[in-house]
Write a protein that binds this ligand. Structure first.
Ligand code: SAH
Ligand code: SF4
Ligand code: F3S
Length: 451
């Protein structure tokens, strides 16, 4: 009988990349992917704990699996990812969802085949969530979501401890991969037709800055000064076949002049920068433990625009951090108007147990948070509408990614700035970067034709 698996990924690109590894390991064991989570013999839920609604979504989906799990004694339900690095979640799983077969964390993804084998032979549940975060397994198989674009981890973990954020607790300390491993992975991807890579890390700008554990890379240990993030980009820029380089995420406090200069010098670096600001109030930025102020942020943005005048900027913003006043919030609106982001991810502050902000007493009432959130979104949309007009009649390179979700007759692709473009074109162009003339520029979508 064919063995099938299904994986549901909540959360960020790091989780998506981990899911590709989990899928690769399952395929190596002879499993094939199915869309049907009820029928699949192995189901994995790769969780996120960054905001409360991510937690809620997970418990909703988990509850749905109980029935098919009961009906099939061979079915294995495993849960992993960031939520599993939190003790109160493990406790809740044990008491309310004791039927879950495997629980593992973000630091032992590589151990999954062994855990699966154990459960299948002993029929006993396993909870294995190590505290030890030093392991950085290399050379694991991966089933990549696309052949022409790929995520590549450069570092794991985060040392910044922004006061609202759970990630440093769920992903552990910063560890950087060795440049030779990263370059070898990208060369191999390029040899198999990959054109676009996105370098991943919670704070890629601090790539190689600190050592944590035997396997991690630190450029300060190298006699020739080693490879920092800007140098890594320059090396990747030389790899034959890689036509687009992206990265995320960057912390403004660590954005170096060297990295900014890469935008002037590197042929394949996309003219796009995701630079999360979080707030436009100096007082709130301080409470958030962000280590920069408005002026420093504006200075970095100006320098980026100088080095790369057509750069498209994107950001993350949190509304309603504890103690945020109307004046603080207006600082955020003002900053958004000054920087003029082409895209922005906006979030309502969500209390995360165990973080310093969760213990702050001056939490903002829900209705105030929502009202500010709506004003922020409106302001961002106005700016986006103006910016999108500039695309009208332009010819842009577009990476064709596949059929459009709304109309299978139409293909969809992405500009360097990450905007989607719908166009009529032959399916052979999927995976190619082609010039496209924009015939209709709307705020959130562009329509084009082959130029
Ligand atoms: N390391 C990245 C991504 C972190 S998580 C970075 O620093 O940018 C992605 C975004 O989620 C953050 O940028 C932040 O805007 C948001 N976020 C994190 N914790 C949050 C919380 N407790 N409430 C609301 N939004 C949060
Ligand atoms: Fe969280 Fe801040 Fe680290 Fe980003 S830099 S993952 S927001 S602690
Ligand atoms: Fe979520 Fe973990 Fe990513 S908390 S945002 S999946 S690092």
């Amino acid at each position: 009988m064919e063995k099938t698996y299904h994986i549901i990924t909540f959360g960020c690109q790091m989780n998506e990349r981990d899911s590709e590894t989990l899928a690769g390991m399952l395929q190596a064991e002879g499993y094939t992917y199915t869309d049907d989570k009820e029928a699949a013999e192995v189901v994995l839920l790769n969780t996120c704990s960054v905001r409360e609604n991510a937690d809620k979504k997970f418990f909703g989906v988990l509850g749905q699996l109980k029935h098919s799990h009961e009906a099939n004694p061979d079915k294995v339900v495993g849960v992993c990812g960031c939520m599993m690095q939190q003790q109160h979640i493990i406790d809740m799983l044990k008491s309310k969802y004791p039927w879950v077969d495997i629980v593992f964390g973000t630091h032992n993804v590589a151990e999954f085949p062994r855990l699966l084998n154990n459960v299948q032979t002993t029929k006993k549940n396993i909870v294995e969530v190590p505290e030890d975060e030093e392991a950085m397994a290399e050379g694991l198989p991966a089933k990549r979501a696309y052949s022409f674009k790929a995520f590549v981890n450069v570092m794991y973990g985060c040392n910044n401890f922004c006061s609202y954020c759970i990630v440093p607790y769920t992903r552990g300390r910063e560890r950087s991969r060795r440049p030779e491993d990263i370059l070898a992975e990208i060369r191999d991807l390029a040899a198999h037709g990959c054109k676009e890579i996105t370098l991943l890390g919670q704070n890629v700008n601090s790539y190689g800055k600190v050592k944590h554990g035997e396997g991690s890379y630190c450029y300060k240990d190298e006699p020739d000064g080693g490879v920092d993030f800007a140098k890594l980009i320059r090396m990747i820029d030389e790899i034959e076949g890689i036509e687009r380089i992206r990265f995320m995420t960057s912390h403004p406090k660590d954005l170096s002049d060297d990295l900014i200069e890469c935008f002037r010098d590197c042929k394949h670096l996309c003219h796009f920068f995701h630079l999360p600001v979080q707030s436009g109030s100096d007082r709130i930025l301080k409470e958030m433990n962000r280590h920069y102020d408005r002026e420093k942020y504006f200075e970095r943005v100006e320098k980026l625009k100088e080095a790369c005048p057509d750069i498209s900027l994107s950001t993350d913003i949190i509304v309603g951090f504890p103690g945020e006043t109307e004046e603080d919030f207006e600082g955020t609106l003002d900053l958004v108007r000054r920087v003029r982001y082409e895209s922005a991810f906006t979030f309502i502050y969500s209390v995360r147990r165990g973080t310093p902000a969760a213990a702050m007493e001056n939490q903002v009432p829900e209705d105030v948070k929502h009202e500010r959130f709506n004003r922020l979104v409106d302001t961002i949309h106005e700016i986006q509408e103006e910016i999108s007009k500039k695309y009208q009649d332009q010819v842009l390179p577009v990476l064709i990614e596949g059929p459009s979700k709304t109309d299978p007759e139409v293909l969809t692709g992405r500009t360097e700035s990450g905007k989607t473009v719908d166009l009529k074109a032959p399916a052979e162009l999927i995976g190619q970067i082609v010039p496209v003339k924009i015939v209709k520029a709307q705020t959130f979508s562009l329509y084009g034709e082959l130029a």
